[in-house]
Design a protein around this ligand. Sequence first.
Ligand SMILES: [Zn+2]
Length: 184
Amino acid sequence: MTPRVVCLCGSMRFEREIRAVAIDESLSGAIVLLPLVNLNHPHQAWGSPLRDIDGIKADLDRLHLAKIDQADEVIVVCPGGYIGDSTAREIAYAHQQGKPVRHHRVVSRVPDVLDRIADLVPACPPPDIAQGYDPCPCGRGQSWPCSLTRAAWLARGLDVHDEIRAACQVAANKWPMTSEEGVR
Ligand SMILES: [Zn+2]
């Protein structure tokens, strides 16, 4: 009998949980398709954290939809029920293609060295972005996010671009008139 093919979906912040599910599925005899590129990990293809990686991200998202096309079943890996934008799009696509979708909540996360670092390294809160390029509030003389904040996000598996975008969004909601005020 041909092995069934499963495609795993989920945020790469859950890379370890995704791999754990991939191992379980492989042991139960399935061919496993899964996301393999974590843009938070350093790699020569993207290098500097400030380089625009939206294009790479879009290509990877498209590639993942093609993996869903190949699958008999889609498994969503969502510890704590967290589902990001890309994953939500993938679930919608899978439904649209008539693929069965199963949610795998992965009850407990195995603590490892990254979790221990995440507990030790604090992330600095964003400065008042709307008022200009403030230095990081920790006073290290670096602009936000400082290297320590980036390390904290990395250990937590958070995406640096998502975090910066979210902070800008909060600032925009807080000071909706700022750009006009700047002109006066
Ligand atoms: Zn800082």
